[in-house]
Design a protein around this ligand. Structure first.
Ligand SMILES: *[C@@H]1O[C@H](CO)[C@@H](O)[C@H](O)[C@H]1NC(C)=O
Ligand SMILES: [Zn+2]
Length: 299
């Protein structure tokens, strides 16, 4: 029996090496705020160096009329029980959704099911949106993430049309209408200061409540990528040019409340946007709903 080495020994060594390796190297795969892992270094990750990357600057004069596009139908967006948890992912603030809400419409090849939504921003007085319209950027950008026919994110990354992401701009304005949904959501951010923190939501607001004032009848459409590594080129983007006006306090809560890691490490969660990427060989389409659709119908 002396010759039989205990079976647990090698396993313990491997586990120890993994643990030590992880903390010894202490490098993040990707980040926003350090030269060693910031957006300039992402080109070696996934498809980040590809030809269909996001975000982009939308030049409105070059956008083509999207005759293949139609109005977007939103299902379940008003349901206050759908938002499930508010999470600090270490990259941004994300709201995880209970299953069932969806979008469809002419120009989308399937029904796309809502999975989550999140935000990108900069400092309090600096524009932090990812997309730009005629080189203009806004304070914050909201991304609402859906997958084709309710695929998992892993499946969607492998499909060139796996995701449909809706992008909305937030613009601070002293005269913005006071909206309870925004006040509630931004006030909650103080409760998730550190990476991994999460707050359960219990009917506090609906996604529809956040979008109440915005004109969804005009949008830009193009094919692009996730704006975070692995930057998979699997996204049908819809960018709404009409910004959501919010009070300055909302922008302040977003830009001041969170940290990328711990409070102790002190890296404030700010500037968590990817710079615009070249359009290359792509077209951007424009959809504008006719005010009098019935007048256009030939009988
Ligand atoms: C979507 O997928 C999730 C996760 O697999 C599942 O829990 C949910 O029931 C699905 N929803 C629909 C509407 O199919
Ligand atoms: Zn995003």
């Amino acid at each position: 029996m002396e010759n039989v080495s205990p079976p647990w020994k090698p396993a313990t060594h491997i586990l120890l090496l993994l643990l030590l390796g992880g903390s010894y190297v202490n490098c993040e795969e990707w980040c926003y705020d350090k030269p060693s892992c910031g957006p300039n270094t992402w080109s070696s990750l996934g498809q980040c160096n590809g030809a269909k990357q996001s975000p982009i600057n939308i030049e409105t004069k070059k956008a083509m009329p999207g005759t293949h596009l139609g109005p977007i139908d939103f299902i379940g967006y008003e349901d206050r029980m759908r938002p499930q948890a508010l999470v600090n992912t270490g990259h941004y603030a994300e709201i995880e959704m209970r299953s069932g809400a969806a979008i469809f419409g002419r120009g989308l090849p399937a029904t796309y099911y809502l999975k989550s939504f999140h935000f990108h921003w900069d400092k309090n007085n600096s524009p932090g949106s990812e997309h730009a319209v005629n080189s203009k950027r806004y304070d914050i950008e909201l991304h609402i993430v859906h997958t084709k026919n309710n695929m998992s994110a892993e499946e969607a990354r492998k499909d060139p049309e796996g995701f449909a992401v809706l992008a909305f701009f937030l613009k601070k304005d002293n005269y913005a209408p006071k909206m309870n949904a925004w006040k509630t959501l931004s006030g909650f951010l103080e409760s998730i200061p550190e990476k991994g923190n999460s707050l359960p939501l219990r009917g506090d607001f609906s996604l529809g409540g956040l979008l109440k004032t915005v004109d969804v009848s005009n949008y830009y459409r193009y094919h692009g990528s996730l704006t975070t590594p692995p930057c998979s080129e699997s996204v049908i983007w819809t960018v709404f040019p009409d910004p959501i006006e919010v009070t300055p306090k909302v922008v302040k809560w977003f830009t001041q409340s969170l940290y990328f890691t711990t409070r102790k490490e002190g890296r404030k969660m700010q500037k968590n946007f990817r710079p615009v990427q070249p359009l290359k060989n792509r077209k951007v389409f424009y959809f504008k709903e006719s005010k009098y659709p019935r007048d256009q119908t030939s009988v």
